[in-house]
Design a protein around this ligand. Structure first.
Ligand SMILES: [Ca+2]
Length: 366
């Protein structure tokens, strides 16, 4: 299920001493007025040289302090051994390439470039083969969760090319890097790190050996730890939730994820529209859909946009070459796809790929 290759161990600095120094500094800060903190820092420095500890630059000291707090929280809230958590985190590797990747996601591309990554004959054909191979499971998932096969197949196709590319970053390194060295989203990734620890304990995984994406997403459907715990299902009922190399569990889990995020069976997803000039003000940029479908249907000007199988509607613009734009009217189910990855580009790519896979599948059956 998971790669059990051992991580290379590196010698850990004397972090116990650092932890003690941080505690001392916190103690001084707590019990003296602000003007005294200068003295506490002096005492801290004296103590650190007396203890023979390495002098750490401020950012490293801050990370050490955050690790200390994280380990303590894991001990208090989830009964882990704080020292073991600290040891693991001090052995985890910071990876600059992860920071580089998260600051330049594919979703920042213009639509016409982004679309090309996914709409390839190989991926469409791969989807048809995956569908044929797992026809019964996909049918079972649709019956239970109301999510059609083409959407499940498309998600697994976009995420990992049907399980073939699942990511090569140790999850612990990814979540450590983003949780302690990427302030913009540190609290999110530290929460995921806590979830990862809980998940590894539940699944009895060796913590160091699980691999995934640069953002710590795992398996065929690239579930982050909290999603794995909340939405992963043992769809083949063998006693394990295996989203790494068990397509049956993966299909059930993707369907369950969509179902829990309120996918409507046979509901409207998206349609390309020629938006009249007087309606361009409807184009929205944030993901929450703005238009109430029942009101749209009653309005004379808007009624051209009406769709029955949805509660809400939204209009998004997508960039084409030469500064051209394409407009898409979307419904609740489109919004549900953005719960998997919060991007309209992602949702439209998944939808368009699902349509292509569906027609190619139907053509192959003839
Ligand atoms: Ca299973």
């Amino acid at each position: 299920m998971v790669n059990t290759q051992k991580m290379q161990k590196t010698a850990a600095p004397p972090y116990n001493v650092i932890a003690l120094m941080i505690k001392m500094q916190q103690f001084f800060k707590q019990y003296f007025f602000t003007w005294l903190t200068g003295y506490s820092s002096l005492i801290f420095l004296l103590f650190s040289s007396a203890a023979g500890a390495q002098k750490l630059p401020p950012e490293k000291l801050q990370v050490a302090q955050q690790i200390e707090e994280f380990a303590q929280m894991m001990a208090d809230e989830h009964k882990f051994n704080a020292q073991e958590i600290k040891n693991k985190l001090h052995q985890a590797k910071f990876r600059q390439d992860i920071i580089d990747k998260i600051t330049r996601p594919a979703e920042a591309m213009p639509w016409h470039q982004y679309r090309k990554i996914w709409m390839k004959p190989k991926r469409i054909q791969g989807g048809v083969e995956f569908w044929l191979q797992h026809r019964e499971t996909l049918q079972k998932a649709q019956e239970k969760y109301g999510v059609p096969p083409e959407i499940i197949v498309s998600i697994i196709g976009v995420e990992t090319f049907f399980g073939r590319i699942q990511g090569s970053y140790p999850v612990i390194d990814a979540l450590y890097t983003l949780g302690f060295h990427y302030p913009k989203r540190a609290s999110f990734f530290r929460r995921e790190l806590a979830q990862y620890w809980l998940l590894a304990r539940e699944q009895d995984w060796p913590l160091d050996s699980v691999k995934g994406s640069y953002a710590g997403a795992m398996g065929m459907g690239q579930f982050i730890s909290s999603s794995y715990r909340a939405y992963g299902v043992d769809f083949n009922q063998d006693g394990q939730v295996n989203l790494f190399d068990d397509p049956v569990d993966m299909i059930g889990s993707v369907a369950n994820y969509f179902h829990q995020h309120r996918w409507q069976a046979n509901g409207f997803v998206a349609r390309n529209v020629d938006l009249p000039k007087n309606l361009t003000a409807l184009v929205q940029t944030d993901l929450e859909l703005k238009l109430i479908a029942s009101e749209v249907a009653q309005d004379e000007t808007l009624s051209m946009l009406a769709e029955n199988n949805t509660n809400k509607l939204g209009v998004f613009a997508f960039e084409l070459p030469d500064n051209q734009r394409q407009h898409w009217l979307v419904g609740d189910n489109f919004y549900v796809i953005t719960r998997y990855n919060r991007s309209t580009l992602y949702a439209l790519a998944v939808f368009q790929l699902s349509e292509q896979i569906r027609s190619a599948y139907a053509a192959q059956l003839k």
